[in-house]
Design a protein around this ligand. Sequence first.
Ligand code: NAD
Length: 500
Amino acid sequence: MQANHELVKGARDFARSHGRLYINGAQTDSLLEETLDTIDPSSGDVWATVHAGGVADIDRAVQAAHSCFERDWGRRPPADRERFLRRFLDLLEKNTDLLAALDSIDNGVVLSMLRTQGAGLLLSTVEYFSGWPTKIAGQAFAPTLLPSVPGRTATLSTIFEPIGVVGCILPWNAPAAFSLTKAIPALAAGCTVVVKPAEQTPVSALAIAELLTEAGLPAGAFNVVNGMGDVAGAALVNHPLVRKISFTGSTDVGRIISQAGGRSFKRLTLELGGKSAFIVMDDADIDTAAAVAHMAGYFLNGQFCMCPSRLFVERRVRDRFVATMSAMAQSMRVGPSYQEGVTMGPLISALDQQRVHGIVSDVAAAGGTVVYGGAPTEGPGFGFQPTLVDVADHGLPFCQEEIFGPVMGVTAFDRDEMDGLVKMVNNVRYGLAASIWTSDLKTAHSLIPTLQVGVVSINDHATVDAMYPFGGVKDSGIGREFGCDGFESFFEKKSVSVCY
Ligand code: NAD
């Protein structure tokens, strides 16, 4: 196993030679003639510079994807696509360390975690979807009693057809994972893609493009256009040949995309922000619940859409739960993401470090009590201490808005206030995930239908698995990724009647 510093060196070498756009199977210069600097949040220094594309570059990429879809990839037999995905899986397995290092430098997520857990998600996603192309099947119906030619018979059926060119717009918190979780099911379905990574994390998608080409994907099936969201991202959403947008990011940008994409009736999958609840009853395994809250709350340095930022703990066990979390937080080491022994990396930017600090200061001024943490760590880089705030007033912005940092709030409740608890949990605009910790199945089952979320877990939180549909309700988005639902979202269903 290579040491972290060797991987970081390899990643820096890769970035030096791969900063251009990737269109039609090759690196190419941006027609916009602009570049983007990407900052290593562990040091605060610019570590790579990439080409930034504009409207004309998006058009080139979409035209390449459309032509490849029409003449090649969209017409391939499903078994061909499966064989390609298995070849890609083999190649990916040899390159997960490179992708982990690129993302760790780019977004500050701990490299050892990306090399293990992160790599596991990448590989299992490709493996899962590599089995789907030959399994998709429509329906056959009984002959209709209403054929348009009286006296004849008409059989009715449905067939699945790949939707066409898909625009994938990514956030920065898990760039390689989002490149693959969006593009691989699309490619498995026979679609072609144009990926627009986040400005902060433009590099790993370029490495994935090379790997896909090396595995035998035809030119034009997977294209990468880095650039600004309101330029390259907006051009992708507005392009008439793009039939679907698969977006993960903030609710505010999701709303813009929903309006712009709606004008041309594009299919939309929108995975947006969250404010997830973590409900701990007094009959739960408290130590395990605290350990999972700690793990999920500080996962991706707290920049995790399903971060359990609202911990609701039954009053009788609140002190023990908080004491266990405090002890675990003490043993964390915040530092550069690729340094051995570091358990939590920095926030994505200096601005986010200040923003998160401001949120904690504001809630402290409004009556919240900082149990531990609450301040930026010493530089270099944009670190922030793992933080827990005791907060009673659930109406405060701290309890209502996504923080996207290593900060959770804990609120005690009593067993005779369950209706009030459910109201509190639901009284936010988001609806991504919630978990219930209890040893009583009756409590668990009575709460499941009351929670307005897309993902609910019992004695578990935020499990992600390629076979398991994932997505939110309310301001957390529309549509589902992963599983059969995620795969089917890359198809149109055509109804076919045959009269004879
Ligand atoms: P963001 O919304 O700022 O940016 C996401 C992407 O949208 C970037 O690629 C950006 O360039 C692009 N973009 C910006 N303006 C655009 C426009 N007008 N048209 C088209 N594209 C545009 O989000 P972010 O800061 O990168 O990511 C953090 C957010 O993502 C958080 O809110 C987090 O909860 C959310 N997120 C959600 C999930 C989920 O699965 N629900 C997962 C990860 C992150």
